[in-house]
Structure formats: structure tokens, C-alpha cells
Design a protein around this ligand. Sequence first.
Ligand SMILES: NC(=O)c1ccc[n+]([C@@H]2O[C@H](COP(=O)([O-])OP(=O)(O)OC[C@H]3O[C@@H](n4cnc5c(N)ncnc54)[C@H](O)[C@@H]3O)[C@@H](O)[C@H]2O)c1
Length: 276
Amino acid sequence: MKIAELFKVQGYGVIVTGGASGLGLGYAEALAENGARVTLLDVHPQRVAEETKRLRSAGLDVRGEVLDVTDHAALDAAFEHAVEAYGRLDVVFANAGVDSGPGFVGGWVGSERPRVAEGSLENYTDERWDRVIDINLNGVFATLRAAARHMKPRRSGRIIVTTSLAAVKCEGAIGAAYMAAKAGAAHLVENVALELAAYNITVNAIAPGFFITNIGGGHAKNPAVQQTVAKHVPMHRVGFPDDIKGLALFLSSPASSYVTGQQIVIDGGWGLGEAD
Ligand SMILES: NC(=O)c1ccc[n+]([C@@H]2O[C@H](COP(=O)([O-])OP(=O)(O)OC[C@H]3O[C@@H](n4cnc5c(N)ncnc54)[C@H](O)[C@@H]3O)[C@@H](O)[C@H]2O)c1
């Protein structure tokens, strides 16, 4: 294959859950700008309407549908609609996710790491635990299942799950449910990759470090938070959705045809430890 063909996704049918904001929107743009036909599935109606309109008016082939990934029947139906609309399903990003509120320490601003009662184990509520597991882990399971149902008969496909650096490295300022959900999703990626490899379906994870998106009510947009995080990141800066586009295109395209079951960390070196 010629090198110019390796990253070609022209005409691909793509679904991105949580596709109307942040990293999901970055994936959608990366694929659509390269000629793919992209369905954004997102629980936020206003974002779905606005981003679909914006991308379509830029000449991209994008459609949007309001969907909560915790509604598995609706998720299956949304997959059907996307396949009906675009005639094929080549790439699925299981990306929808939420934060889980405070962890057992604070520390997003400044150098202090005070204990936080609300995030401590003995105060952790069932509601908080269940909501995060339902979206960040059960939602990934349902998305992988829907993808497999469409891709297996075609014996071809790419599935990419957004996990987190939190899947491989504990961080006290992130809630317990988030850590568990992301680690669970990462291991699920390996198991599903193993199962689907014989069907020419690759399943990989992107594990981001700290990116400026709307997660957690957009707390990452606070310059003081960014300053604190940048001090710990060896590259001395936070990430932006543009930083993730190349990896998304790689994992979606023929360039990664022999890569499966991998979790690729993209974090400016944060997971390596402290440098200077
Ligand atoms: N931003 C970071 O630093 C970071 C780091 C590691 C992992 N992640 C992961 O990246 C993914 C994308 O998050 P982001 O940072 O772009 O946040 P974001 O809030 O900007 O985007 C997430 C999108 O998911 C949607 N969503 C939330 N719950 C949903 C549900 N039940 N059904 C459908 N859509 C739903 C939201 O409406 C939103 O548009 C998440 O899985 C998150 O855990 C983010």
C-alpha cells in the first residue's frame, strides 16, 4: 500500500459517542475532515444541534443524534440509524464519559493536597458510584456490543475506546468510580480485541492525560488549574483536542491495521513521573 493510502478514511462510516464536545468532537473533526461520514451521538441536545450545524456548514458530512449511552435499546437504534444513513460502519469511538466529582484529595489548584471528605471512601454514595459506572463502563460495554453486531458480519472494523491515564495510574484527586470504570474499560478493550481479532476488527484504547474540554463542568478551562497541571507534566503544558487527532486517525485508518488490544497513553509524559 502506498504511504498516502495508509491514512485514508474517505467514505468510512463513523460513530462517535460523546461526539459533540471535547475529545469526541476532535475525533469527529479528524475523521470528517479526511472524508469520512460521521454520526455524533451525545446526550447534550444543544451541543448536538450546534456542532452538527457548524461541521455541516464547513462542508463536512456529519449527522447528529441525541442519545444517552445508558439507554442501551436507544443506543442499538442509533447504530441502526447511522448505518441506514451512511450504508456502512467502519469506525466506532466509544468515548462518552463524565467525571466523578471530587476524589479523596483536592489539588487541582496550587501545591496543597488537602483531604476532601466528600470524596473519601466512607462518604462515597451509591448514586455517584452507579452513575459513573453506568456511563463510563456499562456505556462502553453497550457501545462495543453494538459495534460488534454490525462489524462482525462484514469481517472488518475499528473500535476505539477513550479510557484515561487514570486506567493505569492512581490519582487521589480523581474520584474512585472514575478510576475503576476506566481500568475496567481498558481491560474490556483487551478482551474484546482478543475475541474480535479473527474477524479483522481491531479494538484499541486512547488513554488521555489532562485535556482542555468541557468535562467536570469545564473545570480544566480554569487557567489556575492548567498552571498546576502543567507543572507536573514533563512537557509543561496541558493537552488540547487537536493533540489527539493524529492518534485518532492512525487508529481508524489502514495505518494501524495490525495493532489491536493496545492502550495508547497521550499525556505529554505525565504518566512517566515528574521531570523538572
Ligand atoms: N479531558 C480530559 O482530560 C480527559 C482525560 C482522560 C479521559 N477523558 C475521557 O475522554 C472522554 C471525553 O471526555 P471530554 O474530556 O472530551 O469531555 P466533554 O465533557 O467535553 O465531552 C464528553 C461528551 O460526552 C457527552 N456525554 C456525557 N454523558 C453522556 C451519556 N450518558 N450519553 C451520551 N453522551 C454523554 C457529554 O454531553 C459531552 O458532550 C471521556 O470518556 C473522558 O472520561 C478525558
